[in-house]
Design a protein around this ligand. Structure first.
Ligand code: NAG
Ligand code: NAG
Ligand code: NAG
Length: 561
C-alpha cells in the first residue's frame, strides 16, 4: 500500500513529459485538381502547387484528367513521379480513350455531357475527401497559378466553411461574383471593381467563388455542399457546376468568402464560345505579361521547363526595336527582356544618357529655351530630363544614320497591355496605309480632356492632343529627320514637351515660337498599348528623371526633394 503512491506518480510523469508544449500537426488537406487540355498551363500550375508552404505529408492529391487531345497526362505523370514520395498520398484517374465529348464543336463548347461530367467529377472529389476524413478539400483548377506560397495557410486561418483567395487576371476578371441575377447568372455590381482592384481590402461574403476554393469539411454545414443538381431539392438553376455549388451553399445558409488581403496569384480568363486553344495560350501569355508588369513572374521548375514553349523572336514591321536603358538599371532591363522573350520581340538595348554623369563642360554646350520652366514643378530642367532628351535624340540620329524606315522606341519602365502583339499589328496595319506619317504614340499621358478626333478611316488611331511621356512610340525615318532638323539642343525643353510642340498641339504659343517648323504628323493608338509601371505619386514610384539633380541657368545644385 505504501509503495503504490510513488509508483503511480512515476507513471504519470512518464506519460506526460512535456504536457506544456504539445505540437499539433497541421490539418489534413485533399487538393483536388481537374485537368483537360492544359499542357500549356500545367508546367506553371504544378510548379506553383509544389511550392505551397504546407507540410506535404499532410496533403493528399486527387488528380483527374480525361478527354485530352494534348500532352496533359504526360506532363502530369512526369510531375507526379518527381513528387510521389513527398505527398501523403496521390490518387489519380487518367483516361485517354476519348479525346472529345460527343457532339463537341471545340474546346470552348460546353455540351450537356461535358457539364454533367464535370459536376459528377467535382462531386466525386468532394465525396472522396469526406470519405478519407480530410479536414479540408482545396479544389484548384489547372488555370490557376498560386504565386503566394502562404495561400493555403492563410485560407485555413480564416476559419470559415468556404473561402477563396481573390485571383488576378486580365482586366477585371476574377474568380468570384459580387452579385447574382434572379436566374442565377453573373450580375454586374458597383462593389465588384474596387474589390478586384484592391481599393477595398478584406474578406467579403459573396454569392459565388470558383476555380480555387477551400472547404472546411470539419464544419457540419459543409455536408450540404454539392456540385450535382440532382442532390439539391427542387433545383431550378442552370446545369453548371459552379452555379450548382453556389446554390447548394446559398440554400443551406453556408456563406462563401472571397479574400483580397494579399496578392495570391493569377487565373486565366475562360474561353468564349468560339475560341480555340490558341486563345487559351494567348490568355496565358497575358497573365505572364501581367505578372512581369507587376515585377513578378510565373514560376516553372526545371523538370517542366521543356514543356514551356516560347515564341520565335521577330521585329514585326520594324527595322529596329530599341529599348532605352540606363546602364545602372540592369533590373529594369532584365524585367523587360523577360517580357520580350514572352512576346517574341527582337529588341536591341540602347544605352541611355545618364543625366547624373553629365559634366559642366558638356552642359555648357546646350542651350535651354529661356522661357522654359517645368510647368508643374515651376523650375528648370533636371539632369535626368536632359539625359532622357539626349537618349531619344541619339536614337533619332541613329535612325537617320542607318536609314531605318520604321523604328519602335521603348523606355524600360513600361507595362504592356493584354494582347499587345495582336493589337500592335492592328495599329501598324492602319498606320502603314498612310503615305505620310511621322510618329505614333503607343503610350502617353493625355493632358487635355477634350475629345481627340479619330484619324479618318481608322479604328485604332486618333490625332493626339497635348500629351506627355515617351514610353513607347513608333517613328518613321522622315519623323526622325524632322525631330533633328528642328535643332532641339539649341532651345532645349523636356522631350515630352518637345514632341507636342513639333506636332503643333502645345498649348503655349511662346514655346512654339522657338520652333517655326511644326509639321510632325503624329497619331496615337487608341486605346493605348503601353503604360508606365508606376505613376508619379503612386507607392513605389521611383523615376530616374524626377529624383535627379536639377539645373538652372547652367548652375547645378542638388534637388531639394
Ligand atoms: C472557428 O470558428 C468556429 C465557429 O464557426 C468557432 O467555434 C471556433 O472557435 C473557431 N476556431 C478558431 C481557432 O478560431
Ligand atoms: C468599399 O469601400 C467604400 C469606401 O470606403 C465603401 O463605401 C464600400 O461600402 C466598400 N465596399 C464593400 C463591398 O465593402
Ligand atoms: C564631359 O562629357 C563629354 C561628353 O560626355 C566628354 O566627351 C568629355 O570628355 C567630358 N569632359 C570631362 C572634363 O570629363
Amino acid at each position: 500500500m505504501l509503495l503504490k503512491v510513488p509508483y503511480l506518480l512515476f507513471v504519470i510523469i512518464l506519460r506526460f513529459p512535456n504536457s506544456g508544449s504539445v505540437q499539433y500537426k497541421k490539418s489534413t488537406v485533399l487538393i483536388s485538381v481537374l485537368v483537360r487540355n492544359k499542357q500549356h498551363t500545367l508546367p506553371y500550375f504544378l510548379s506553383n502547387l509544389e511550392r505551397i508552404n504546407y507540410p506535404k505529408d499532410r496533403i493528399s492529391l486527387w488528380i483527374r484528367s480525361d478527354h485530352n487531345s494534348d500532352e496533359s497526362i504526360k506532363i502530369l505523370n512526369i510531375w507526379i513521379n518527381s513528387v510521389t514520395n513527398q505527398y501523403h498520398s496521390i490518387y489519380t484517374e487518367f483516361e485517354d480513350d476519348d479525346k472529345t465529348y460527343m457532339g463537341e464543336l471545340g474546346v470552348a463548347h460546353w455540351t450537356d455531357d461535358r457539364f454533367e461530367h464535370l459536376m459528377n467529377v467535382r462531386t466525386e472529389a468532394l465525396n472522396f475527401a469526406r470519405k478519407i476524413w480530410a479536414d479540408y478539400i482545396w479544389s484548384v483548377d489547372a488555370d490557376v497559378f498560386i504565386q503566394n506560397p502562404d495561400t493555403l495557410n492563410y485560407l485555413i486561418s480564416k476559419n470559415v466553411t468556404i473561402v477563396a483567395p481573390m485571383l488576378q487576371s486580365e482586366g477585371l476578371y476574377s474568380n468570384f461574383w459580387f452579385g447574382m441575377t434572379e436566374d442565377y447568372y453573373y450580375m454586374r455590381t458597383k462593389e465588384y471593381q474596387p474589390i478586384v482592384q484592391r481599393k477595398n481590402i478584406s474578406c467579403y461574403s459573396v454569392p459565388m467563388v470558383h476555380s480555387c476554393v477551400l472547404i472546411d469539411l470539419r464544419k457540419d454545414e459543409s455536408d450540404y455542399l454539392t456540385y450535382k443538381s440532382s442532390e439539391i431539392e427542387n433545383y431550378n438553376g442552370p446545369e453548371d457546376d459552379i452555379i450548382v455549388f453556389a446554390l447548394s451553399a446559398m440554400k443551406n445558409g453556408v456563406a462563401m468568402y472571397i479574400c483580397n488581403e494579399h496578392l495570391f496569384g493569377y487565373i486565366t480568363v475562360p474561353l468564349e464560345e468560339n475560341d480555340d486553344i490558341d486563345m487559351d495560350i494567348e490568355h496565358l501569355l497575358n497573365i505572364k505579361i501581367e505578372a512581369l508588369n507587376q515585377d513578378s513572374a510565373l514560376y516553372v521548375k526545371d523538370d517542366l521547363e521543356t514543356f514551356v514553349k516560347q515564341p520565335k523572336k521577330d521585329k514585326l514591321f520594324f527595322d529596329k526595336i530599341l529599348m532605352i536603358n540606363l546602364k545602372r538599371r540592369p533590373d529594369r532591363r532584365e524585367r523587360m527582356e523577360k517580357c520580350f522573350d514572352e512576346l517574341g520581340l527582337e529588341v536591341e538595348v540602347f544605352e541611355a544618357v545618364d543625366g547624373k554623369l553629365l559634366n559642366q563642360t558638356f552642359l555648357e554646350t546646350l542651350t535651354f529655351m529661356p522661357e522654359f520652366k517645368d510647368p508643374y514643378h515651376k523650375r528648370s530642367m533636371k539632369l535626368g530630363e536632359i539625359g532622357c532628351f539626349l537618349s531619344h535624340y541619339n536614337i533619332w540620329n541613329q535612325i537617320v544614320a542607318n536609314n531605318y524606315e520604321i523604328t519602335f522606341v521603348l523606355e524600360d519602365d513600361i507595362r504592356f497591355e493584354s494582347f499587345f502583339i495582336s493589337r500592335l499589328i492592328k495599329v501598324m496595319e492602319e498606320v502603314l496605309k498612310f503615305p505620310n506619317w511621322d510618329l505614333v504614340y503607343l503610350g502617353r499621358k493625355r493632358l487635355q480632356d477634350k475629345d481627340e478626333p479619330w484619324v479618318k478611316g481608322t479604328q485604332f488611331l486618333v490625332e493626339p492632343s497635348y500629351s506627355y511621356w515617351t514610353i513607347g512610340y513608333v517613328l518613321s525615318l522622315n519623323g526622325a529627320k524632322k525631330l533633328i532638323d528642328a535643332k532641339p539642343l539649341t532651345k532645349l525643353v523636356p522631350v515630352d514637351e518637345y514632341l507636342p510642340i513639333l506636332f503643333n498641339k502645345h498649348p503655349r504659343d511662346n514655346w512654339k515660337n522657338y520652333y517655326p517648323e511644326r509639321n510632325l504628323i503624329a497619331f496615337s493608338a487608341a486605346p493605348l498599348l503601353i503604360y508606365p509601371t508606376h505613376y508619379t505619386g503612386e507607392e513605389g514610384y521611383i523615376s530616374d528623371t524626377e529624383d535627379s539633380i536639377i539645373i538652372s541657368d547652367n548652375i547645378i545644385y542638388k534637388d531639394d526633394l
